[in-house]
Design a protein around this ligand. Sequence first.
Ligand code: COA
Length: 225
Amino acid sequence: MSKKVIILGGEGNGGVVAACICDMNERYNDYEYEVMGFLNDMEDVASEINGYPVLGKTADHVKFHQNDIYFMFAIHPVGHGSLRINLFDQLNIPVEKLATIIHPSAFVGYNVEINPGAMIMANSYVGPAAKIGKCALLMSNTVVGHNTQVGDFCHVSVGAVISSYVKMGTASDVALNATVLEKVNIDKYAVVGAGAMITKSVNENEIVVGNPQRVLRLATDKRRY
Ligand SMILES: CC(C)(COP(=O)(O)OP(=O)(O)OC[C@H]1O[C@@H](n2cnc3c(N)ncnc32)[C@H](O)[C@@H]1OP(=O)(O)O)[C@@H](O)C(=O)NCCC(=O)NCCS
């Protein structure tokens, strides 16, 4: 019998998690998980997200701690790394209640450490001896090179290519189609912008874009996007 998964989040990253599980079921006959529904704190959210029921607010996870129910934390807004951590810590979800989802089409090398709550989406490549942190999301067609560390709560967007021996700090982002060369550090809460070419380390909270890379602003600057 499948394990039931409740997704914390919305139609963005949460919808991708649901789509990943749905594809595993329907196209690959892999029924390890089935989506039970969403938990979402937005007041204006509908009663369904992508056809799945909204079962309550994120704090309501405590009502669903039965044996066969697991959680995916998919609240990863780009450039708001500290928010991810604060929200997750407040919720106090036991680590053993986190699902870990690896799409069957992903390549995962030997000696890879994949921590609870992580998702590796379709067609991704994770090289040998890489580490994927707790609740890190690797979206489709991403590359994580050998011996690279993707920190807890990191988000790697579609098509990003991260070379070997890279260290991504906690809750940092590498956005769409960016390239990160080997042995570079992306410090915690930093953002590598879409399409950037990263040849040098990125400091905590820096949002960098372009080729050659330049600091656009700090994630701590007061603005939303
Ligand atoms: C890095 C990022 C967050 C910057 O967004 P932002 O702070 O809203 O930036 P703005 O749109 O206000 O643009 C500010 C300036 O930077 C430039 N800029 C923004 N993003 C850029 C990028 N990725 N590369 C080059 N220049 C960029 C803009 O052209 C603008 O320049 P101007 O002032 O000369 O007009 C954004 O580019 C990005 O990568 N978003 C994440 C995309 C993603 O991966 N989503 C998840 C999908 S799974």
